[in-house]
Design a protein around this ligand. Sequence first.
Ligand code: PRX
Length: 639
Amino acid sequence: MQITSLDEYKKNYQLSIDQPEEFWAGIAEKFLWKRKWDKVLSWNFSEPNIKWFEGAKLNITENCLDRHLEKDGDKPAIIWEPNDPHRDSITLSYKILHEQVCRFANVLKKNDVKKGDRVCIYMPMVPELAVALLACARIGAVHSVIFGGFSAKSIADRINDAACKIVITADGAFRGNKQIPLKEVIDDALIGCPTVERVVVLTHTRTPVSMLKGRDIWWEDEIKLVDTDCPAEEMDAEDLLFILYTSGSTGKPKGVVHTIGGYMVYTGYTFANVFNYQPEEVYFCTADIGWITGHSYIVYGPLSQGATTLMFEGVPTYPDASRMWQIVEKHKVNILYTAPTAIRSLMSFGLEPLNGIDLSSIRVLGSVGEPINEEAWHWYDKNIGKGNAPIVDTWWQTETGGIMISPIAFVTPTKPCFATLPLPGVQPILVDENGKELIGNGVSGNLCIKFPWPGMLRTTYGDHERCKLTYFSTYENLYFTGDGCSRDEDGYYRITGRVDDVINVSGHRIGTAEVENAINMHSGVVESAVVGYPHEVKGQGIYAFVIFPKAHEDETLTRQDILKTVTRVIGAIAKPDKILFVSGLPKTRSGKIMRRILRKIAEGDTSNMGDTTSLLDPAVVEEIVLKRNTMDKLELKGK
Ligand code: PRX
């Protein structure tokens, strides 16, 4: 299944275009099926209706666990590195992971969780989190993991949208020097969640929690009541595996739906190829399982390939900026997959944290989540890879399920800042705003995909129309990614960033509309507009222009109040980096906010505002520029 030369890549790519069904059937053969498919693919992008491996029966956990037991039962499946470097790390062999998954699957069954039921998971980065995901998959329940940084309200919205029956959580989470009281947040969320019947709580931080009689149970107690025998439920290839909520340019987050067969084949295939994983290697992805990267490339992709996957509970800068490098040295990590924001943040500490650390185990480096800037790319290459480790800059999305455009390590010649070439089976095209295909090289436009791939989303949970509108209606018969992209003279792709109202903060997608809604919930706010602006570490920061007519007693306090409001409504991850109080917003006569102008102001590029004649009140722009300059000066003084 592994491609080892450029020629082989080209041959595979051509085959995947000419005979996609034969190509993917060949890959799928390498997995374990209880029954093979009747048809590899049926599809249309107009409804959309996409089915891969129809008629096939399987259980993804047999592919991730059972099938490795005979040969690799004692091989480490998960190595867990705790937040506190003084605590011991934990290694779970495939045999032990299998046992734990079966046991917890029986806990779910005992608590009346059935095939098709939705399970909300809100947990720290501990091995039990991976166990919880796999236990759901074992019995055919659908997991919906929510990142630990979301607020009670965000959790409640997601739980209600999916009508979850049960929540799996922990007393708390450690993140650097902070503790997050997960159970307390869940208790707040559940006030408005009538569908939840049970809450399973894992002891982790020993934070005191209140346990509600008849609803809340302890993980540790429950696993004692069941055994480790849990046959894998027979599932259809197109049954739901999970829902993962993601922000878009409008409205509330969408529940992206992935189904079992195609997702398994796609994440397994891309993992094995992109990272060139070798049997005894240790692979470390620094993402959180709360995001798609963790689902696809900490849990399902690596485990289906029998890999050793390292899970880290903490943050790269705790207790100091050498932590990530210490982990690489301690566990002899061979493949490191992280985000540009982490690289930039660690880069800012200089080379001192690398002193005396042996990074010679590193063979492949990966980047994901946002465009990697040239400086960070070179720093990563020179200081971490020592010029010998290929950097795979992997472009993909929650909706694509797995990596789409990326170098294949040791196969595709890399180029700084370029995601390079599409993986086999991926047919990208660039279009102009009218949907006209831009042919040839040396062009840039909007990135679309014109043919299905097995890992793609099938729907948005409970609202298929929304899926159609968001991804398949902008351009006829194309999946629209929302990203801008160029293709250079070598046919290499370079992603330039979102072209919609989505901000990519530290590799996380945040919809401007969502942040505006949250800000507007503050009682003193009349209206707000949010845009992204370049941020040295986060890639993009959140800039909020806020109309707050009442005189401030203390502007700093009002800002803090607004930040608190956003934290309550969405979560700390959506807090604006800058808030500028204004008396009006630049609007067209039809009342539409001209974000283009606000973006320029936020970037500090006010020399040429472009055409402002369609503005209702052009004077408002001058006022905003003036206020921004004053705020900048004050900030400078404060430093
Ligand atoms: O804008 C692209 C950016 O992240 C978006 C997808 O975000 P999310 O669904 O949260 O998934 C992130 C992890 C896969 C994309 O639309 N993005 C992701 N990877 C890259 C990237 N931009 C440039 N280069 C990348 N390698």
